[in-house]
Design a binder for this molecule. Structure first.
Ligand code: NAD
Ligand code: TYD
Length: 348
């Protein structure tokens, strides 16, 4: 089987590529990635010479290029993760999210439909999405697969649009598709513009840890390797046309999470407890900041026999160890344009 994985040089994509390359030596894995600021081939150094791994540099927005690689490689299946993925960047530049997340997805759907036309048997277009498409919850309740879409940021609006296109291609053309919507991921290789790696990096460097608003917003956190095993389960065992919610049953208020992370950092770096908490700095809130996400993962747990493998404390501890051990990775991704981004985002 030839599988195209898009966005495989990014945070989640690199863990999915590694899992598939090592667990399924009989599959040929093709990682297609534009290598934006968020894509980094250093994430895949350990498997880049595997005989079943192939890298293609390219942009999913370029329809001609996408059609040509489908014709050339005749992929059997697609796992689509390539996306612009950061809410704060979507507030500054929404159109970039429309190009990659909406047009890029439709280009891939068109190429798959054309390549597989007349015989959809044995083929699959698997679209990886987010729980943010469901909108924001109050104190109670959880997102299920039946929750109506209510995206509230340009990022989640673009992901919701791409989800709709994927389902529309199933209904209209019979394209075999699956969709999963996952909660916030954390773990190794996470670009330090997102909360957890940004906080680890800043604590490491004795810099303020910015918490938006009062830190009251709640997210459900899942260790990235557990998301990769969930994607494996949906890819192999999920029903065609179905949607699966994926989450960690692990809700945290941002401020409580940051305090826990500060304590873990103090313990690992030998600082007296309480040292890192002094770096916590409350800053201007994000515009339209969703209050709470919580996801009901009972469908994937019961139907596909999947569950998270680590507790949050274990996952965070492994994550901190990884960032402390991989200084060079952190140095490379935080040099150059990262500094400009940080200045614009946090010096207001
Ligand atoms: P990421 O930003 O770390 O990686 C995205 C990857 O896509 C990068 O390697 C980038 O180079 C590539 N890419 C971007 N634009 C491209 C284009 N036009 N053509 C080809 N490649 C392009 O993102 P991530 O956090 O790994 O998220 C992966 C997917 O999972 C996304 O679809 C995201 O919406 C979804 N998701 C993420 C989370 C999360 O917490 N990070 C949670 C649920 C779902
Ligand atoms: P983020 O990692 O950007 O993920 P998302 O917005 O997709 O949930 O942010 C997670 C939470 O942390 C969100 O409520 C915003 C908040 N946040 C901060 O408080 N400070 C920060 O510097 C960042 C990046 C996020």
């Amino acid at each position: 089987m030839k599988i195209l994985i898009t966005g495989g040089a990014g945070f989640i994509g690199s863990h999915v590529v590694r899992l598939f390359v090592t667990k399924y030596p009989e599959y040929q894995i093709f990682n297609l990635d534009k290598l934006t600021y968020a894509g980094n081939l250093e994430n895949l150094r350990d498997i880049e010479n595997a005989s079943n791994y192939n890298f293609i540099k390219g942009d999913i927005v370029d329809a001609e290029f996408i059609n040509s690689i489908f014709q050339q490689e005749a992929f059997d299946a697609v796992i689509h993760l390539a996306a612009e993925s950061h809410v704060d960047r979507s507030i500054t530049d929404p159109l970039a999210f429309v190009f990659t997340n909406v047009i890029g997805t439709v280009n891939l759907l068109n190429a798959a439909k054309e390549q597989w036309k007349g015989n959809f048997d044995g083929h699959l277009f698997y679209h990886v999405s987010t729980d943010e498409v469901y909108g924001s919850l109050g104190e109670e309740g959880m997102f299920t697969e039946e929750t109506p879409y209510d995206p509230r940021s340009p990022y989640s609006a673009s992901k919701a649009s791409s989800d709709h296109f994927v389902r529309a291609y199933h209904e209209t053309y019979g394209l075999p598709v699956k969709v999963s919507n996952c909660s916030n991921n954390y773990g190794p290789n996470h670009f330090p513009e997102k909360l957890i790696p940004l906080a680890i990096n800043n604590i490491k460097n004795g810099k303020p840890v910015p918490v938006y608003g009062k830190g009251e917003n709640v997210r459900d956190w899942l260790f990235v390797k557990d998301h990769a095993t969930a994607i494996d389960a949906v890819f192999h065992k999920g029903k065609i046309g179905d949607t699966y919610n994926i989450g960690g049953v692990n809700e945290w208020k941002n401020i409580d999470l940051i305090r826990l992370l500060c304590d873990i950092m103090d313990e690992k770096t030998g600082e007296p407890q309480g040292t890192s908490q002094q770096l916590i700095t409350f800053v201007t809130d994000r515009a339209g900041h969703d209050l709470r996400y919580a996801i009901d993962s009972s469908k994937i747990m019961h139907e596909l026999d999947w569950k998270p493998s680590v507790t949050f404390e274990e996952g965070l501890s492994k994550t901190v160890d990884w960032y402390l051990e991989n200084k060079e990775w952190l140095q490379h991704v935080t040099s150059g344009s990262y500094q400009d981004y940080y200045q614009t985002q946090y010096t207001r």
